[in-house]
Design a protein around this ligand. Structure first.
Ligand SMILES: Cc1cc2nc3c(=O)[nH]c(=O)nc-3n(C[C@H](O)[C@H](O)[C@H](O)COP(=O)(O)OP(=O)(O)OC[C@H]3O[C@@H](n4cnc5c(N)ncnc54)[C@H](O)[C@@H]3O)c2cc1C
Length: 436
């Protein structure tokens, strides 16, 4: 079983709102026969296309090999929330890596947001400002106040506002929450149009993008000057460097990465346009996510449809009725929407790590990999692609400083992590044991 092929049709986008309303992008050719490139990138999501764009702009001969279509993976299916910071809060980062590293990681995350906003502007994709965090308990507001103060004092970030019950409900009219905060420096956007726009930019800069080109084997060059051979179904590419950008869909193409990065599925629905009822959901054009472990996240699109994400599973298969799975948390937050039609329902596969920090690695001498953004990849994946391009160009130490962070393997490693979870122990008990 391979997540690349288990829930979707070959070369087709999922039945999402994004796919149904996407900007046009002509198909790129399939890779056939033998070709050469300086760099091969496996996967055409944000990570891969950001790497390809930066490499092509630096004058490198780069080829992107995508098993399906540009943006087929999480990049074309996600909640579109461009959050601040890393997936871990700064206190946790300080405990994990020290104060200096935490400061650097915060700055990198800010750079990731700026880069993504810049790519969105170049791709003509609007970014709307404001992401609210919805709290279920008063203690969460106390915790947030402390963090807001620390971020302003020690990290130079003063764009988050704490919101008491009434102020929060004026923004998010739901009885499910007691307070919240609003990050004015975060934002939201159409994720598939961003990745489509990035493909256009990379193509215009000279990158060779290949669709329907599944990479099933890589023979790495091990000694100086030895080439790497990347094998697809109908062709192969001989190159100096390879970048792995398959994230949750990479499977066991590389066992070092597979042991550290675990795929997990997450689900979204979109309603019919809500008209005047949109104000019962949000009174401002912001995005929202809450503090549940299986996080709920939502926003309105320009036509007033509610795009709501909630629910996950760890399985090769999505549930048969995704809409029913997501409707449950949606109605807990907005019971008044019980009669609203869910017009689209889709799933996607992201990737998590044991410590919820991305896994940057050099699995072989001429191979770079970045993945496992743990639900925070919209900005970070774009930065990861740029850092890998810079590492190949011999510029900066951003990639190596990320690769120096601890990246522990999951129990069971590459061979066992999934069978163990899917068959026996279960995701939820593992989560409790690991303290996720
Ligand atoms: C439902 C959902 C909601 C999310 N919401 C948010 C959010 O609101 N905010 C946020 O920051 N993050 C969110 N994320 C996470 C975010 O989407 C990802 O972190 C990010 O898109 C990862 O980008 P990527 O390019 O690394 O991977 P992907 O976009 O998954 O791209 C990987 C690509 O590699 C290709 N591929 C894999 N293996 C091969 C192979 N062997 N040969 C050829 N091609 C291959 C795949 O087909 C795929 O197109 C969400 C994810 C999901 C699934």
């Amino acid at each position: 079983m391979n997540l690349l092929f288990s829930n979707d049709r070959l070369g087709e986008y999922p039945p999402s709102l994004y796919a149904a309303t996407r900007d046009p992008l002509p198909a790129f050719p399939e890779q056939r026969g033998e070709a050469r490139a300086d760099v091969v990138v496996v996967g055409a999501g944000y990570t891969g296309l950001s790497a390809a764009l930066h490499l092509a702009e630096a004058g490198r001969d780069v080829m992107v090999l995508e098993a399906h279509r540009v943006g087929f993976g999480a990049s074309g299916r996600n909640g579109g929330q461009l959050g601040s910071g890393q997936r871990l809060e700064v206190d946790e980062l300080e405990r994990m890596a020290g104060v200096e590293a935490a400061l650097r990681l915060w700055d990198m995350a800010e750079e990731a947001k700026r880069l993504t906003r810049d790519l969105a502007a170049r791709a003509n994709v609007p970014v709307l400002d404001g992401i609210a965090h919805a709290f279920r308990k008063p203690a969460e507001l106390d915790h947030a106040r402390g963090l807001i103060e620390r971020l302003a004092r020690d990290y130079g970030y003063d764009r988050i506002e704490a919101l008491e019950r009434d102020a929060f409900r004026a923004l998010v009219p739901s009885d499910a929450y007691v307070a919240g905060e609003l990050d004015h420096g975060a934002g939201h956007l159409n994720p598939l149009n961003l990745v489509i726009g990035m493909a256009r930019l990379a193509d215009a800069a000279g990158a060779n993008i290949r669709e329907l080109s599944h990479v099933h084997h890589i023979r790495h060059g091990r000694r100086a000057g030895e080439k790497t051979v990347v094998q697809t179904g109908k062709g192969r590419v001989i190159c100096d460097h390879v970048i792995l950008a398959g994230n949750g869909y990479l499977g066991n193409l590389d066992t070092h990465v597979a042991a550290r990065v675990m795929p997990i599925n997450n689900f979204i629905v979109a309603t019919e346009p809500l008209g005047a009822r949109a104000a019962q959901v949000l009174t401002q054009p912001i995005g929202v996510h809450d503090t549940k472990f299986v996080v709920n996240y939502w926003r309105l699109d320009p036509e007033g449809r509610l795009i709501f994400g909630g629910g996950e599973n760890v399985s090769y298969r999505f549930p048969a009725d995704i809409a029913a799975k997501v409707r449950k948390p949606l109605l807990q937050i907005y019971p008044g929407l019980a009669d609203v039609k869910l017009t689209y329902a889709w799933g996607g596969t992201l990737a998590i790590t044991m410590n919820r920090m991305p896994c940057f690695a050099r699995p072989a001498p001429n191979c770079l990999s970045a993945s496992g953004y743990s639900g925070h990849g919209l900005a970070l994946a774009n930065l990861a692609g740029k850092l890998m391009a810079q590492a190949i160009e011999g510029q900066g130490d951003g990639f190596d400083s990320m690769a120096a962070l601890p990246s522990p393997a999951f129990p069971g490693g590459a061979a066992l992590r999934w069978p163990m979870l899917v068959a026996g122990m279960g995701w939820y008990s593992l989560r409790d044991r690991l303290g996720f």
